[in-house]
Design a protein. Sequence first.
Length: 212
Amino acid sequence: MTRFARIAYTEAVLRAQEENGSAAVGLRTLLHGGGDGPDPLGPDEAAFITARDGFYMATVGETGWPYMQYRGGPPGFLRVVDRHTLAFADVRGNRQYITVGNLSGNDRVALFFMDYAHRTRLKVYGHASVRGVEEEPALAALLAEQGTDGRVERLVVIKVEGMNWNCPQHITPRYTEQELGEALAPVREHILRLEEENERLRALLADRENTP
C-alpha cells in the first residue's frame, strides 16, 4: 500500500498521527515498499473485487464537497481488466448525474469494497474516465458479460493508484440472501430429515394403535 499511503498521508494526516501516537507506524508504511508507481492489483484483490455485488465510489465536485454513491450489480459487474484497471458499465439510474459531472472536473475517485459476512474491506484510490459505449465496443462487450440490468449509458474506466486492506475491527457481520441460503442449507436439510422421520414415526404409531 505504498502508493496508497503516499496519497492518504498528507502533512495534516502525519501531524494527526504524531499527535495520536502513531507517527512511527505511518512513517514505516511510507518508507517500506516500492516507489511512487501505482499499487498493482494482485490475485487476492482481483478475486475480492470480482466477488462483490456492490461498492461505494466517492468523487469530489467543483465546490470541494465530496459525493458518495453506491454501485450495485451481479458479482463481476465491476471488471478487473488488468493489474491496474477496473471498469464497469454505467446504467441509467435516478438521472442526477452527480458522479458523471464531478468526474468531468476531477477524475480522482475513492472506492470502498465491503464483505460484511467475512468482515473484510478494501480501499482503492484511482483516476476515473467516462467512455462512450460506441467509443469502446470491445470493452462494452466485455462488461456486458456480467453487466447490471438496465440501459447502459456509458462506461467508466478506473486506473488504480493505490489500495489498502482495512482491519476487520468494528465491522458488523451482515449476510446477503444468497449467503444466508448457503449457510442455512445444511439446517434445512436436517429439518427435512427430522420431519420425514417424524412422519415415519407417526405412521408407525398409528399402525400400532389400530392393531387389535
